[in-house]
Design a protein around this ligand. Structure first.
Ligand code: SAM
Length: 282
């Protein structure tokens, strides 16, 4: 999920932001104090529902950060010693990963299970990932294709540099490398822009796209990386379909997916929560 994706909106300077906060804070405090004082729980529920209907993603971000402690790969718990060939249950600690949890993989457990099952059952040997962020999905995909497969993962680091919650954690790539070593799975972490990076690793069996969610970015990832899968190979894209009212990022991604399907290169096999599964047909 594209937690704090690139935005075209101007980012206020710290000075502007703090002066806005200063002006609005007393008003917000008064409102917040007044809400529990309102005797009608029906009215309070109505207020919350209206705010949610207006801005579901903002509510999700705000609540998620309060409900869960920030997650890092360093903090992931293992209940079993991982099997010599990692099984899906070995990865359970990576799964609390809904939009609320803002976990180490920004995908739902059903999406991660689908990706793992698809990659393992179809015998993927070479996979490419665009957009790894904290690396939860990277670890899941690399584990699914182990012990003979290799995952090439591309990220330009743009989201990590915008995520203040993680300033005290170790760099994501260090954590991902340690986790992959611990599980004995092969993920090659490449740093660069997917719209221009060159990579010669032969024909991939599977490409996972979850990088720049703007139309041109997704389109470029589909054309440059998705179209490299062999005929019959698989492309998974996160944030194609809204999950309930949560639809951040979906509009552009869905349009890009619809366009490549209409052009006849891929067929849409399945929607799995927010993820789309495409298969190359020509
Ligand atoms: C939504 S996050 C990926 C989440 C990850 N797939 C997961 O499920 O946990 C998107 C990532 O794409 C990266 N990104 C955005 N634009 C990119 C580009 N043009 N090239 C490479 N990486 C990019 C960001 O740095 C960010 O880490």
């Amino acid at each position: 999920m594209n937690a704090a994706m690139e935005t075209t909106a101007p980012i206020p300077t710290p000075r502007t932001r703090s002066s806005i906060r200063g002006a609005v804070r007393p008003l917000l405090s008064a409102l917040a104090a007044a809400v529990p004082g309102i005797p009608s729980s029906g009215f309070r529920r109505n207020v919350v529902e209206r705010i949610f209907d207006r801005d579901c993603e903002m509510v999700t971000d705000t609540l998620g950060r309060r409900v869960y402690a920030p997650m890092t790969l360093d903090g992931v718990q293992f209940d079993f010693e991982p099997n010599p060939r990692v099984q899906f249950e070995d990865l359970a600690g990576l799964l609390p990963s809904t939009p609320f949890a803002f976990g180490v993989a920004l995908m739902t457990p059903r999406q991660l299970a689908y990706m793992f099952g698809l990659a393992r059952r179809s015998g993927v040997r070479t996979a490419i990932e665009i957009g790894r962020y904290k690396g939860g999905a990277t670890v899941v995909l690399a584990a699914a294709i182990s012990p003979h497969g290799t995952l090439w993962s591309i990220d330009n680091g743009s989201l990590e540099s915008q995520s203040p919650d993680e300033r005290f954690a170790r760099p994501h790539d260090e954590q991902i490398r340690d986790m992959c070593n611990r599980l004995s799975v092969d993920a090659r972490l490449l740093i660069g822009d997917s719209t221009s990076m060159e990579l010669d690793v032969g024909t991939p069996d599977l490409v996972l796209i979850d990088g720049d969610h703007r139309y041109e970015g997704v389109r470029s990832d589909l054309d440059r990386w998705g179209k490299r899968v062999r005929i019959g190979g698989h492309v998974l894209l996160d944030d194609v379909f809204p999950l309930g009212q949560y639809r951040r990022g979906c509009d552009d991604v869905e349009r890009a997916v619809r366009d490549v399907v209409d052009e006849g290169t891929f067929k849409l096999v399945r929607a799995v929560d927010r993820m789309g599964h495409l298969q190359r047909i020509r």
